[in-house]
Design a protein around this ligand. Structure first.
Ligand SMILES: CC(C)(COP(=O)(O)OP(=O)(O)OC[C@H]1O[C@@H](n2cnc3c(N)ncnc32)[C@H](O)[C@@H]1OP(=O)(O)O)[C@@H](O)C(=O)NCCC(=O)NCCS
Length: 146
């Protein structure tokens, strides 16, 4: 089974329920995506064409790694994260559960994004982001505090 719901919170809840009920979860990996043999991606995830997941990256379950995004070496992504088309996570970035990195956004190396964070389209994150915050712009600034 796979949950094809874009909302990260809903997808996370459905996946937990299905997993708890013993449903077999699969991941879908586009043949034109590249996932390092040293990376891991949890079940219930979808990896779109052109996505790159580099060595030692660890991605939780229920991820959406969208078209042409990149998740670089040593990144750690929680569960039900969405990395939108063309978004870039530099090395060793961490992303908490249910967070959403918008289209074309990027995060500098070693940045920590909390849970339920939204990074707006085109933002460039150069400092850590706490749980529930929405950040936009270059450099990214908080617009909503959770
Ligand atoms: C950040 C975001 C979540 C805010 O959405 P929202 O709450 O509906 O915000 P609004 O569109 O009402 O905009 C509110 C203000 O923020 C500004 N704003 C919105 N998104 C912005 C962004 N990405 N960067 C800079 N400013 C942004 C708007 O210009 C507006 O400014 P104003 O009040 O001066 O007019 C949304 O704009 C966004 O970037 N979503 C990501 C979309 C995406 O990546 N889609 C890919 C799907 S695969």
């Amino acid at each position: 089974m796979i949950v094809a719901i874009g909302n990260n919170g809903i997808r996370h809840a459905k996946l937990e329920a299905l997993s708890g009920a013993g449903a077999p979860l699969v991941s879908l990996l586009h043949p034109m995506a590249f996932v390092s043999q040293y990376a891991s991606i949890g079940p219930g995830s979808v990896v779109f064409a052109g996505a790159v997941v580099n060595a030692d990256a660890r991605v939780g379950y229920g991820a959406i790694l969208n078209t042409g995004c990149s998740v670089d070496h040593d990144c750690v992504l929680g569960n039900a994260v969405h990395v939108s088309p063309g978004a870039r996570l530099a090395g060793a970035v961490s992303v908490g559960d249910r967070s959403w990195v918008g289209i074309g956004a990027c995060a500098r190396q070693l940045i920590r994004l909390g849970c339920d964070v939204t990074v707006g389209a085109g933002a460039c994150v150069v400092s850590d982001v706490a749980d529930g915050q929405v950040v936009v712009g270059v450099p990214a600034k908080v617009v909503v505090t959770g």
